[in-house]
Structures are given as C-alpha cells and as structure tokens.
Design a binder for this molecule. Sequence first.
Ligand code: MN
Length: 388
Amino acid sequence: MGDYTPSKSDKFTFGLWTIGNPGRDPFGEPVRPPLAPHEIVKIAGELGAYGVNFHDNDLIPIDATASQRDQILTDFKRALEDYDVKVPMATTNLFSDPVFRDGGFTSNDAQVRAYALQKVMHAMDLGAGLGAEVYVFWGGREGTEVDASKDPRDGIKWFREAIDYLCEYSISQGYDLKFALEAKPNEPRGDIFFPTTGHYLAFIQTLEHPEMVGVNPEVAHETMAGLNFFHGVAQAMEAGKLFHIDLNDQRPGRYDQDFRFGSESFKICFFLVKLLEDSGYGGSKHFDAHAYRTEDIDGVKDFASGCMRTYLILKEKAKRWNEDKEIQGLLTQIRREDPELEALCRDFNPNKAEILKGKKLDRKKIAEHSLRYEKLDQLTCEIIYGVR
Ligand SMILES: [Mn+2]
C-alpha cells in the first residue's frame, strides 16, 4: 500500500464553493453553516491541497461595501500565506443573481450582456491580482428554457463576441490568463448552449484568439450526457486544449450530482487518472464536488481528503497497470504493427494510393488476429478491485 498523503506537487485544488457548500438542494435549505473564505483556505491547506479557486461572489458578496471587501481580502490573503495555498483559477458567477435569469453573455437584453462583461472584467482583475493563471467560463444560464425566445445562432454569436472581447481585455491588462470553457448539457430546466466539451472545441476555432482558449471538462457534466468522459478529455488533450479539469463523480442520466471523485464510476476514473498521469498533464486537478447533505464539518473534511486520496490510489493503480507484465504482453499482442502498410497509409500521394489499392489484403486472414480483450479487461478490473 502506498502513501496516499497529498503533496503540493499533486496540484489538487478545491473551489471555495465546494468545501464551502452548505448542502442546499432544490428541495431543502442549507444543512451546514456558511464558512468564510479564509476558513475554507485553512481547511484546504491543512488537508494538503495546493490551491483554492473561486467565483467572484464566493469571495466578495455581490452587494459587499468597499470596507467589507477590503476586510475579506485582507483575511483571505493572510490565510493564503499562512497555509501556503495558491489561487490557480478564478471564474465569474453569471448565474445566481436574478439579473441573469435569461443568461449573461447570451441574454436577450443588451443591458444584461453589458453588465455581464463588466462583471467579468472586475472578476478578472480580482483573480489575476491573486495570482490566477486560468480563467474558467461556465455558462450556467447561457441557453434557453423556451426555444421560442431566442435564435441559438444569436446566442452563439453573442457568446463569441464576449469571449473575443475578454481575450483582448486580458491582453490589454497584461494578465496572461488562459481561458477554459466548461460545458454542461442542461441546468434542471434549461438547455445550455455548448452542451459538451466537443461543442466547445469546435467553437474555439472560430475565435479571434483560439490560442488563449481551451476547455475545462467536468466528469459530472459529460456523464450527465451519457458520454465517455475519458474519451472527451483525451480529445481535448490531443488538441492541446486541456487547460483545466473538474473532477467529481456522477451517475449517468441524473441531474448534476457532483459526488466525491471516484465514488461511482471507478473504471472511467481509473482511466482518467492514468491519462492525466501518463500524459504529464501539468495543470490543476480541481475537485468540483461537494459533501453529502448528511455531513457536518468533519464529513466535509472526509469528503475533501477522500477526493485527493482516491486520486492518489488510482494513480498508484495506474502505475501498477503500466508495470504489469501480463497486461503489457497482451497490449503488444493486440497492437499489430506493419511498417510497410503504415507508411503507405500515411502522407497521401497518388502513387501510394495506387499501390495501396493494388495490395492483396486477405480480410478473412486479417480478422483471425486474436485480441484477448476479455482477458485484458478482467486483469484491469482486478487491479481496480485491488486483488492484483
Ligand atoms: Mn465544474
């Protein structure tokens, strides 16, 4: 058994809204008292997390006076220092306040769209001032409940104008922020534009500064849509667009559950951790989850340390999988190589195509190749179950 104690180099982070989540749900009032931002920093730091992230209003309430703001910031900065906690990511709340009931960037109301831009610029100033390098956009209200209300093409154009504008704002302020777009298929009633990470990957290529903009995929959000999260992350990574990641867990077909990382889908979480580790992904591993509604403050700490501990357990299992001689032997057998054919199939030219078209390829013989995926999957499961 390994040592599953987190260290700063693991780059585990928590949102202020995750450890600080009071357990409110659509049918019930909060079950836990609110925690001040500096108290959340203390908990995160003592548990071994690298950083905390926040929406502007997690830190500074939307109606805070200047002196309240100063006091909160003073306490927060002191706690960051005292507990050696960083702020790697910041974001904006463009969904809670009634003004955003029809969206922020994609509201039908030009005054709301202007207010949203203004709010994000102030929040970028706040985040960059505290050292954030990644700025997340999760469009929780950027969609519709009533499709008659808005042409989605207008919504997409408004969203693009906002991101283009804010890229220029970041450049003009010298912030060097990377933007990470976070997809989700729906809020309980409304359908959100850009429902999956794949939708965002396509959208990014239409921006003025595509190099500044990547994605922040979340386990729960893609799993809600019934997708294979591991595949989605791999595509983002292969495109050089995995700027941030939100780890939690979720049962398919349900509304957003934000469970403790690895509490439900062991296999996908295993392959996800293996991908992040094998690839050398260097960004934050952010747990966007919260404790069960039954929990008090001790349960919240169990939840937070459980997220990190599970990641480290899966990391050790991934290492064991990579070092397993029988698994590696099966992989070598599965992956048949043929340098001559591979050269013909790469870098098209008409001559190669003529040769390839004339090749004798015996499909029946090719199909006899033994794959042994049952065995491979069984061995993988045994590693995950802890019996190998
Ligand atoms: Mn998230």
